[in-house]
Design a protein around this ligand. Structure first.
Ligand SMILES: [Zn+2]
Length: 354
């Protein structure tokens, strides 16, 4: 076989290059020329007020421990949590999402609905100290059950959907009694939004909202969270209730069901690998949509940044503006605090502060 000659040819100099060829008629680069132009034509921005900060609360006093797989994220007792949230509030953060790690776990998830439980005490303390803070409480059994599953088990060891609804309702009512603004059921049981709405209304909690984790995938990216919440299932996994990652139509179905059942907002979780789902849900449901950028996404970015492989701040800004571009109204992110520190009061476009 004859080899082709590949001797590099010198580039023709200046305007003679490709003479006779038409010059580009459209030059999108013109609008990228200066920071002012880029800011003028910028399509999406992230504001600190778009962010929801997830927080872990544990029993005790004076407790503040860093989660090993989530540098910069802490599990804290109520007293330390209030101090910490006040700092975030001063930086412009207006919404928190609480997760509780109880003193005691059992098969019935007894502490979930305990009026003196950690989450209940945290809600009360935060609403007392920072009345205008939006307090959202995650609602699921997995942090409270000794087996780590998201619901009550039947004699076969299978989650009993309908008995779990009653447990979740007791939890929601105990949160509402402490003044929570929204409950966020993350259990993925069928029919829970209608059940919770009914229970809250019956008890007179007409203003307590429901932020439904309508679309929650059985993701590998929840690992660091389970370290923090000590909620790894003792056996089996969560694939019988969380969604299968290849499925998209099913996400629309879940979101529409929850909207019809009375959800006030819809959550999609995780975010990074599921921005197409955020987009589809945004198009299909006429409710605000929140994207949850999960613990594994946080851990990946942190690990890469610590190795000097990426620029953390730029990567975070890019990830968050990507969620907005996909249609998220709100973003739950463990980077809320660092983002607020950097952009307090200024919307951020993902490239350069406006
Ligand atoms: Zn759960």
């Amino acid at each position: 076989m004859k080899l082709l000659r590949s001797v590099p040819q010198p580039m023709p100099a200046g305007p003679d290059f490709a003479s006779g060829a038409p010059l580009p008629r459209a030059r999108p680069r013109r609008l990228r020329r200066t920071p002012a132009l880029r800011a003028l034509v910028c399509e999406h921005a992230v504001a600190v007020s778009d962010l929801i900060e997830p927080l872990f609360v544990v029993p005790g006093r004076g407790v503040r421990q860093e989660v090993p797989s989530m540098p910069g994220v802490f599990v804290q007792s109520v007293d330390r949590l209030v101090e910490d949230v006040r700092e975030g509030h001063d930086l412009g953060l207006r919404a928190v999402l609480l997760f509780g790690v109880p003193q005691h776990k059992d098969e019935q998830a007894s502490e979930l609905a305990d009026p003196r439980g950690v989450v209940q005490r945290a809600i009360g303390a935060l609403k007392r100290e920072l009345p205008d803070l939006l307090v959202i409480a995650d609602l699921c059994a997995c942090e409270y059950t000794s087996h780590g599953h998201c619901g009550l088990l039947d004699e076969r060891g299978v989650i009993d959907n309908d008995r779990t609804l009653a447990l979740l309702a007791r939890g929601a009512l105990s949160y509402a009694a402490c003044g929570v603004d929204m409950v966020a059921p993350s259990d993925m049981m069928d029919g829970r939004v209608a059940y919770l709405r009914h229970a809250l209304d019956e008890a007179g909690h007409l203003e307590t909202g429901i932020l439904s984790y309508a679309v929650k995938y059985a993701s590998a990216l929840y690992g660091p969270f389970r370290d923090a919440a000590q909620s790894t299932p003792a056996f089996g996994d969560r694939r019988t209730h969380q969604m299968d990652p290849p499925n998209a139509r099913e996400a629309i179905k879940e979101a529409q069901l929850d909207a019809a059942e009375g959800a006030d907002m819809i959550m999609v979780k995780p975010a990074l690998g599921y921005l197409d789902i955020v987009w589809r849900v945004r198009e299909a449901v006429n409710l605000p949509v929140a994207a949850y950028s999960v613990s594994g996404e946080y851990a990946m970015l942190k690990a890469a940044a610590r190795n000097g492989w990426i620029d953390e701040d730029r990567a975070v800004d890019e990830l968050l503006v990507g969620c907005k571009r996909a249609g998220a109204d709100a973003i739950v992110t463990y980077f809320a605090r660092s983002f607020a520190r950097r952009h307090n009061g200024k919307p951020h476009t993902g490239g350069r502060t406006r």
